[in-house]
Design a protein around this ligand. Structure first.
Ligand code: ZN
Length: 368
């Protein structure tokens, strides 16, 4: 037996399936947003179950394991949803919801479209409104103030803590959110309302890349009709499935799944770009060592699906390096020989970039 085959054996023995946690929002006594002919909890569950079915049909159990926070019409507390996801050691958390516009809004019946959220500090008041509504389910639990440690879903101050916990997973979360948005706006032909950030309790408390999808607005009669129809459920779940398939391919370093029925998979999964030596082209930087070492630490401050000029005002005067990884352009500050050196800079940089975190690079490729 060669050394290589030993390595392969060891790898196979340890290979764990990718765990995707599907979270249909609301349920039981909590209906979520109410429409004219249906309600949010029902749409969420229908789309979630179809999504899980598609994944199970296309991937072997040794490749992908599907875990639901609920697969029937029952009430599940927000912290139980997070606990289920964390106990399952999820690799990706997809929370499925339906949006609605307040009754007072005159444009209530005309506003339509898909919004995909990652956890972060809301940039606009309307993002905060969506988060407040989705978090308010806490009030349905008798002991909510104890369980959520004084978190008040309606108080903006309560949301400030959200910024930090998910930062380690933010770029992966945005990566999936962008794919979901892309497919929901093409396969399911929804209006594109973008990838956004807001403080969703359920995303904040899951230790994995996590997104919350607002499929469309139930307050819009045309959108409601679509989401209530079998055709709508099929297209919405297919969109999320296609996003999953691309994401799975990307996080597995471009490996297509070995498993079943490859014909049903999305056919534009070939977009993954391997990082090249170019990623190593690095400016000399005052912070840290003079030249990029084979192993180095950097502080990542931004990830984007489009290239950003390194002199952009977004970088607030910091000298940044760019690398390309898993379909995203990523920007870092400093080249440090040790984690502890990088941590000193991280403390400073967090004041400008609250979502900054440390990455480890080996020969220009991110390894951690
Ligand atoms: Zn909801």
């Amino acid at each position: 037996m060669t050394f290589l085959s030993l390595v392969v054996l060891a790898f196979n023995a340890e290979a764990k399936p990718f765990v995707v946690v599907i979270d249909p929002g609301h349920g039981g006594k909590d209906y979520g947003a109410i429409g004219a002919v249906t309600n949010e909890k029902t749409i969420n569950l229908n789309v979630a179950k179809k999504l899980g079915e598609k994944i199970r049909k296309n991937y072997g159990e040794d490749e992908v394991k599907v875990v639901y926070t609920r697969d029937k019409d029952v009430f599940i507390a927000l912290n139980d949803r997070a606990r289920i996801a964390n106990e399952a050691k999820g690799d990706l958390f997809i929370s499925i919801h339906v949006n609605s516009v307040d009754k007072k809004n005159k444009r209530r019946a005309t506003i339509a479209g898909t919004e995909v959220y990652t956890c972060g500090l809301h940039r606009t008041e309307s993002n905060l409104e969506v988060a407040k509504r989705e978090n308010a389910v806490m009030y349905l639990e008798d002991d909510y103030s104890q369980k959520y440690q004084g978190f008040d879903p309606t108080s903006p101050e309560s949301y400030i803590a959200f910024e930090l916990n998910q930062s380690k997973h933010l770029d992966r979360s945005i990566e999936f959110a962008t794919l979901a948005k892309d497919y929901l706006t093409t396969t399911a032909r929804r209006v594109d309302k973008g990838v956004k950030q807001a403080g969703f309790w359920v995303l904040w408390s899951t230790g994995m890349p996590a997104v919350l999808v607002e499929l469309d607005f139930i307050s819009n009669p045309t959108s409601e009709k679509f989401m209530a129809s079998a055709d709508g459920v099929e297209k919405l779940s297919k969109s999320l499935y296609q996003a999953f398939a691309d994401y799975y391919t990307a996080v597995n370093g471009g490996q297509r799944p070995a498993g079943k029925a490859s014909s049903a998979k999305s056919d534009n999964a070939g977009t993954t770009v391997e990082p090249t030596a170019e990623a190593e082209s690095v400016d000399d930087d005052a912070a840290g060592s003079d030249a990029p070492a084979a192993v180095e630490y950097r502080v990542q401050v931004l990830a984007s699906d489009k290239a950003v000029s390194t002199s952009s005002r977004l970088f607030k005067g910091e000298k940044v390096s760019e690398y390309f990884d898993r379909g995203m352009y990523k920007y870092t500050v400093g080249h440090f020989r040790s984690q502890s050196e990088a941590e000193k800079s991280l403390r400073r940089l967090r004041k400008k970039f609250p979502q900054a975190f440390i990455i480890k690079m080996e020969n220009g490729r991110r390894v951690d």
